[in-house]
Design a protein around this ligand. Structure first.
Ligand SMILES: *[C@@H]1O[C@H](CO)[C@@H](O)[C@H](O)[C@H]1NC(C)=O
Ligand SMILES: *[C@@H]1O[C@H](CO)[C@@H](O)[C@H](O)[C@H]1NC(C)=O
Length: 392
């Protein structure tokens, strides 16, 4: 399988990208094959926070992340409701656990009807328990975590979570509470602009579920005040933000996306990825001989900026790939990608080629972000090991 990908890369990418010496050092390290590994003695949990406005567990980003970290076997804890287990939001893979922060809702659905508050409101979330449990988990303790059942809107019997080397907490408020925020080793924010949110909702709720335009507009409007008050401000604290905007390449094109990877400067063990030349301003339209793109084309940008008061560097991709295999051409112009071998970014994108966003910047930057997180995790693990040695 991997060999096939390698050879197809060579075939389509041509000689300019894969030199023989680079090919010789092409040695995929595979993390799959190990069974669900609990924390080894002395090993620390690396805790990653992902803020997103969507439901937990099912997101493509989690699939991309866990695929890179933890091999192939990603699934619900206990096998999930359909697999004879319980209704869970927790995903486990070989060395990763993904916890949905909805599990720390303060009230069930009926309770929220009484308070008349949305789940976006911090009052509807139990940050004390969230902090206590994530802190315990980080210290290597097993926890008994509540479950918010999204099907029935109930708070179900808690489930047991064992610490794994990587724990990802995904949800609305990973960076809201300062105690929880301080536990995080790295944080991400998936920032979908209102225009794109609207276009996606129209596609799903109107075209697929038959809702009216007015009701979609109303539901977005109803959510917006709480969203702006409680969720969006977390962007200030995110180490990496993936921003999804409408394209600037064509007018009235609601399908094509402009996606920006906003990387905070000065974060320990995280050196931002860059295009061509670190610190410069780049505007790059690679379409032509080496990358085939149809209208409206592809445009990359790179440069420095400030974001919520922080110095950041930004890589941007506007447009879609026609042929995913040619991505290796773009990859060859990126530095600090945290890949382990040449072509790994392209290979990983090809592995999940059928997943939503694989032909545009959302998939591209989610994959890139996953590599950066893997790198950070490995640096921290190595430093921790060195510390243990000194102590011993
Ligand atoms: C939802 O509640 C009903 C009634 O109590 C129960 O039979 C069903 O198993 C629950 N569904 C899930 C997914 O937990
Ligand atoms: C871009 O990515 C999104 C998901 O992130 C996907 O739903 C959409 O179909 C993609 N759009 C295009 C034009 O490829």
């Amino acid at each position: 399988m991997k060999l096939f990908i390698v050879s197809s890369l060579v075939a389509t990418a041509g000689a300019w990208t894969l030199s023989p010496t680079r090919l010789a050092s092409f040695s995929p390290t595979t993390t799959s094959g190990t069974s669900l590994s609990a924390l080894k003695p002395g090993e620390k949990v690396t805790l990653i926070g992902v803020a997103a406005d969507s439901g937990c567990g099912k997101s493509t980003f989690m699939r991309r992340l866990t695929n890179i970290f933890g091999g192939e076997t990603v699934g619900p804890l206990g096998g999930g409701f359909d697999g004879g287990g319980w209704e869970t939001n927790t995903l486990v893979s070989d060395q990763t656990t993904v916890i949905c922060l909805d599990d720390f809702h303060a009230n069930d659905r009926e309770g929220r009807k009484l308070t008349k508050l949305t789940a976006l409101n911090p009052k509807e979330n139990d940050f004390d328990t969230m902090y206590q449990m994530l802190s315990d988990l980080k210290n290597g303790k097993t926890i008994s975590k509540p479950i918010y059942n999204h099907v029935n809107g109930t708070l179900d019997t808690p489930e047991t979570i064992e610490p794994t080397p990587i724990v990802i907490v995904e949800g609305l408020h990973p960076m809201y509470d300062s105690r929880v925020r301080d536990l995080l080793d790295f944080s991400l924010y998936l920032d979908i602009s209102d225009e794109v949110k609207f276009a996606w909702k129209i596609q799903r709720d109107m075209e697929e579920r038959g809702h009216s335009l007015e009701s979609i507009q109303a539901s977005i409007e109803a959510r917006k005040p709480d969203f702006d008050a409680f969720i969006a401000p977390q962007k200030e604290f995110s180490d990496l933000t993936i921003q999804v905007l409408p394209t600037q390449l064509a007018e009235d094109d609601t399908k094509t996306l402009r996606v920006r990877m906003i990387q905070k400067e000065g974060v320990q063990d995280f050196s931002p990825c860059y295009l061509f030349d670190e610190g410069s301003e780049i505007d790059w339209k690679p379409c032509g001989k080496k990358l085939s793109c149809s209208f409206p084309g592809i445009q990359f940008k790179y440069g420095s900026d400030t974001f919520y008061g922080n110095d950041v560097s930004v890589i941007e991709m506007d447009g879609s790939f026609d042929n995913l295999q040619e991505l290796v051409y773009v990859e060859s112009h990126l530095s600090n990608t945290a890949t382990k071998f040449y072509g790994e970014l392209t290979q990983q994108m090809l592995k999940l080629a059928d997943a939503p966003g694989s032909d545009n910047g959302t998939g591209f930057f989610q994959t890139l972000a996953s590599f950066k997180i893997r790198e950070l995790y490995e640096k921290r693990a190595a430093a921790n090991k060195a510390k243990e040695k000194v102590a011993a």
